[in-house]
Design a protein around this ligand. Sequence first.
Ligand SMILES: [Zn+2]
Ligand SMILES: [Zn+2]
Length: 168
Amino acid sequence: MTDPDIAPSLETSISPVEKYREFLATKGLRLTRERSIIVEEVFASHEHFDAEQLVQRVAHRTDGRRVSRSTVYRSLNLLEEAGMLRKVARQDDREIYEHEYGYPQHDHLICKKCGTLFEFHNEAISELLDEIARQHGFRMEGHRLEVSGLCTTCSRPPATRPKKLNLL
Ligand SMILES: [Zn+2]
Ligand SMILES: [Zn+2]
């Protein structure tokens, strides 16, 4: 038996742009050119990002696909409301976002010092939370677990770092 594909993304029936268009329609809003540029940019790669990084990517473009800072911020709120993005952490007073749409359930280890986010998925945790929810007569739809601490690099005491060999 071969391993099933470990898919980085879930199959989504409609594209993020179409999903966003449907959500906007329920609010009586249109998918403007600027809004579609943002949703395309956001879903071009699965990476954690903060609002300022997105602003930098779209506010200084020279290809005519430039979007203002205020539109970026408003769009992030709309995408979150649409259930397509979620805030995963806060670092230096900046919200870190990631895809909610089309990406499998996972949790995060967050380094307090360098801010690196490590993703992991553990079936046993999901089953345990399911069990806890059941005991409370609670129907779980998802969860969000953040483990804070120090990553390998940041927890390494400086004294044990290997000294650079002097080859001269
Ligand atoms: Zn670190
Ligand atoms: Zn993540």
